[in-house]
Ligand binder design. Sequence first.
Ligand code: HAM
Length: 428
Amino acid sequence: MSKIKYQTLTGMHDVLPEDQIYFKRINKVVESVAGYYSFDKIETPILEFAEVFQKAIGDDTDIVGKEMYSFRTKGNDLVCLRPEGTAPVMRSYLEHGMHNLPQPVKLWYQGPFFRYERPQAGRFRQFHQFGFEAIGDANPAIDSQIIQMSYDVLKELGFKHLTIEVNSIGDSECRPYFKKILTSYFKSRKSSLCTDCQRRLKDNPLRILDCKEEKCQRVKAGAPQIIDHLCEKCHAHFKQVLEFLDEFELPYTLNPYLVRGLDYYTKTVFEIVETSEDGKALGTLTGGGRYDNLSKAFGGRDTPGCGAAAGMERIVTLMKSREMKTGPKTDEPKIFLAQLGKLAKRKGMKLFEEFRDAKIPVAESFSKDSLKAQLRAANKMKIKWVLIFGQKEALEDFIVLRDMDTGTQTEIKLNKVVSEMKEKIKKV
Ligand code: HAM
């Protein structure tokens, strides 16, 4: 029998209390940017039919082919833990007839996603993403808005060395033609490709451009560029996107080999990368693009869409290593309630509730019986006001207030404590 290990699964981790401030900060910024651009929040289930992703992302991709946590339910449905958010959001849009709403329907989300990847720095099996999706509008202004919003979030969090890599991968009109050109280029160099890419050559040569193997990267460097083979429509669309980016003065670069690892993309694709001060890429934080054929892949009507998602763990790691600000700690208590004796503890707990009703943050240590220990705790928290509630005070319904800065003590009637303390903390 194998030994049970009481630890998280490989590639999964607890988000411990000390890391919550980072996630909270990111969520706050995302929510405010999303709100400003009129994106509404959506939550889709963690489990979906596996087909949602097979149809959307493509069977030949790493995500569907190798990384999905899929299994059969007791009812024999083939389901999986969601590896990404775009397909479920489109599924939801179609399922709820959102085409009847004013278009585009703009949605944002945040939550855990799952990919059975080889864990390494910045790559986990459970990770969090936030994402934006604008469905129902083909205008290039939407592409640039998604890029702008994605950039805004990172910028507001304090990232200073961001680069936006953009490309267009065409559509069903021009891509098949480009695939042929690409195939013939790679075919003549087949022996220099990794085994995965030799297979990809048959099914999806574009995927070779995405391969991280060094030998493939070398071959890729001389490959034809799709940008030179776009149809007129895709070309005009891309040109307009770039014009918007110029107008917004966003720091973008063209990356002619950026294809992204998901099949649903058409036209614009982009990634936002943070670099170190000396220009070394520190990983992709955000990825996205347009997906005009996704709705049709689900059997829906012809509905364009565009979106992006960012990996929150990657953002948190950089925020920590660079000591980026997480915002002021909200509601830090300025009052400590200390108690001594059984009756004082009971009455003290009731008083604590009264403070909560009045929305006044108060620290306590009801599990401690020694006054000394409680005063030490208050000191450690750098709290100015300590309310001392002893046996005598509890019997006579008053409380002692000690100013920790000056050491002076005064008495306050129990039924006046909340209102008097409210006045006091207003002044500091
Ligand atoms: P993606 O590029 O697969 O795109 O993921 C977006 C971001 O999620 C990545 O840039 C990375 O920061 C983070 N991420 C992905 N996989 C992992 C992992 N294993 N561990 C940690 N972080 C990870 C999508 O998911 C698309 N749905 C984006 C999109 C939205 N396109 C259009 N709309």
